[in-house]
Structures are given as C-alpha cells and as structure tokens.
Design a protein around this ligand. Structure first.
Ligand SMILES: *Cc1c(COP(=O)(O)O)cnc(C)c1O
Length: 395
C-alpha cells in the first residue's frame, strides 16, 4: 500500500488539469505574442485562464500576473512593495518568524539593503492577531507580509482582519496564500488584500507556475527582465500548458471546496485524535483555525528523519518539520517560532492530506506510526535517559 500524505509539499496533478493541458502542447502551441492565428489561439487560452483565476480570487483579470510559482510571486510582491515604500522614505517591513523561506530570505536581502524587518511573535499556537499588526504598524511601514496559512503546522491567520487594519492605516498588505488557495475561501476585495501569491502545484495543478495578484494601481518591479509579457512586469514566453492547467485545477478546487473540506477535515481529526494518544506527544499549530488537511505533531525522544524513513518502508509518504538542509542539523524555524525546544522540534511529523486519501489509509497510518515511534524510542539513548530520570520530559 502506498499512502501519499505529503500534499503540503506538492500534489498529484488532477485529471481535469491534465485534460486541460494536453491540447496546449500540440494544438495551442503558439506564442501568445505572435500576431498569426496559431499565436492568437494561445493568447485566447491565456486570457481565459487569467479570467478563471481572477474569478476564483474575486478580482479583475488585469490584476493577475503569472509567475514561475509561489516563490517568484513572493519575491516580486515583496521587492515591489519595498521599492514603493523606499520612494516615500518608508523602510520598515512587518512579517512573522514562521513565513516560508521565499518570504524570509527575500526580507533578509532587503535588510542588507537597509530595510528594517520586524518579525511578529506567533505565540505557541502559531497565529498572529490583527491587534498585534495594528500596534506594530508605524508611519514608516512600507509593507505587511503575513502568510495566509502556515505550510508546516497548518494554522490559518485572520487575514480579513489584518487586511482591514492595513487598509485603514494605508499600508500595503501581501499574503503568501500558497497553502490556502484552492483550500480556503479567498476573496481579495472583501479581505482587503493588496497582493497575494499562490502556486499551481499545491492544489493539484502543475509545478513551475504560480500567480501574483496585485491590486490595480500598485506598480510592480520586474524580477525577470526582457519582453513585454504580463503587462511588461514579468518577461518570458508564457507557460501556456502550466497556466491553463493551473487555472483548471483552481476552478475545480474552488468549486468543490466545501465538500473537500468536510471530507478532509474528518480524516485529519481522526489522525490527530489517534496520534495524540501516543505518550509524550504534542499537536503543533492551532487546533481550531487550521488547514483542513494538516496534521503535525512532535514526539519526544525520536528523530523525525528516522521516523520518515521507516514510514517510507511501510509505503507512507510524510514529512518532518526538520528539513535538514545540506547537513545542517537545525530544526524547523516554524517549530522554533512556536516555542518548541530544539530536542522536541527534531521529533516532528507532518501528514498533509487531500481528498484522495481514504479512511482505510488513515487506519493504516494510525496502526503504523505508534509502532514505529515505540520502536525508535526503544533504541534511543535519549529515551533511556528520559525513562530512568537522567533527563526531564518536556512533553
Ligand atoms: C510551496 C510554498 C511556496 C513555494 O511555492 P513554489 O511554487 O514551490 O515556488 C511558498 N510558500 C508556501 C507557504 C508554500 O507552501
């Protein structure tokens, strides 16, 4: 049995998206900038995809820029807002400590250029409040960038309230909605969102394609220079198959959102209830304001990587918060941001579900995870010290 529960990393492309993409390779293969018929047919498909995405977000098609994914959209949104701010002498940017690295590393670059980056505390649940944002905004604040939902621990931010505060104070508001798009109801107008990033491959669309929504009147700075595509704001011949597939996937996800949420939430809650029975474990993220498909727990006395390898041997594809990048043993910045001690943060497990997961798969995972945790603990010197009192339990 193969159980794929790593949908926050990426999703399987849906039949609907594949069907929409196939004609783009050999029939609608033209360059949308070409004046001839074949090119103009591709241009029509591009416009139609743009209108579909705009309808799903509640904005105008003129406010949609297609990018190479969520990372590029995050980069362009933040750099653009920083340039706008700098022209008015505003160099303060508000964000949080548990953003995706596409946001954090862009902010780090701006910090080197002289911007002041302030990261709001996300508390033990991994959320920020609109009051925190209101208090932290200053006359020189150029941008507030706060993610819609966290990719590791699944907590969902009060985006409409944060948007209202930013609008009232006249500060640009960007949200990385890569984990939210297609999974939660989004309306950029009602939620006072100025800029929003999303990525096709997180809702059963293809990889390598994303969207930056920018409210009309906000000037974008190019990240990719060249031709006049995307109103001159993002050069490069458009990825028509990717864009068309992403639009089809987003349309389908948004049409089915309530049905999917009900199904996936039930599976999620079953997993959380079952895995929380494991002694010395803790749920990460907000139990209520949570993505329908996110399960994330820490188990004391184990290494997340060992757990993942043994789960993989049982056909279970999961992830751990502690992404050991190139040999560094740093635990997840997200788990550290919610106050988990290093030792605990190392023992994390993220299961991210989608509508294709079944109750049988959940049963299987609920049988295997406790066995593997017990096995790993039995071999662990740390666990031995915890059991004989040489070390204190943290959970
Ligand atoms: C996946 C992800 C990204 C990056 O998107 P790509 O399309 O892979 O570049 C950015 N932010 C969040 C929250 C994500 O989950």
């Amino acid at each position: 049995m193969t159980v794929y529960m790593d949908n926050a990393a990426t999703t399987r492309v849906s039949d609907t998206a594949v069907r929409a993409m196939l004609p783009c390779f050999q029939n609608l293969y033209g360059n949308p900038s070409s004046l001839h018929t074949i090119g103009q047919e591709a241009a029509k498909a591009l416009l139609s995809a743009r209108e579909t995405v705009a309808a799903c977000l509640g904005c105008s098609f003129k406010e949609i820029t297609f990018t190479s994914g969520g990372s590029e959209a995050d980069n362009q949104a933040i750099i653009s807002a920083a340039r706008i701010g700098a022209r008015k002498g505003k160099k303060h940017i508000l964000s949080t400590a548990f953003e995706h690295h596409a946001v954090l590393h862009t902010l780090r670059r701006l910090e080197k250029e002289g911007f002041e980056i302030q990261l709001l505390d996300v508390g033990s649940m991994g959320t920020v409040t609109a009051e925190q944002v209101a208090k932290a905004i200053r006359p020189d604040t150029a941008l507030v960038t706060i993610m819609y939902a966290n990719n590791e621990i699944g907590s969902v931010m009060p985006i409409a309230e944060i948007g209202a505060v930013c609008r009232e104070k006249g500060v640009l508001f960007h949200t990385d909605a890569v984990q939210a798009a297609g999974h939660l109801h989004i309306n950029v107008r009602e939620q006072n969102i100025d800029m929003l990033s999303l990525s096709g491959h997180k809702f059963h669309g293809p990889k390598g394609v994303g969207v930056l929504y920018t409210r009309q009147g906000i000037p974008l700075t190019n990240i990719i220079e060249g031709g006049a595509q995307e109103r001159g704001k993002r050069a490069g011949t458009e990825n028509i198959p990717g864009i068309v597939g992403m639009a089809a996937a987003l349309r389908e996800a948004c049409d089915r959102i309530d049905e999917t949420t009900e199904k996936v939430t039930a599976l999620r809650d079953k997993l959380i209830a079952g895995l929380s029975q494991i002694p010395h474990s803790v749920l990460n993220g907000d139990p209520v304001h949570r993505l329908p498909g996110n399960v994330n727990l820490c188990f004391e006395g184990i290494e997340g990587e060992s757990l993942l390898l043994l789960l993989d041997q049982k056909g279970i594809c999961a992830s751990s918060g502690s992404a050991c990048t190139s040999g560094s043993l740093d635990p997840s910045h997200v788990l550290l941001a919610i106050g988990r001690p290093h030792e605990v943060a190392h023992g994390s497990l993220r299961l991210s579900l989608c509508e294709d997961n079944s109750p049988e798969e959940v049963e299987y995972v609920l049988r295997e995870v406790p066995r593997i945790v017990e096995y790993l603990r039995a071999m662990s010197p740390v666990w031995k010290d915890l059991m004989n009192g040489k070390r204190k339990f943290m959970l």
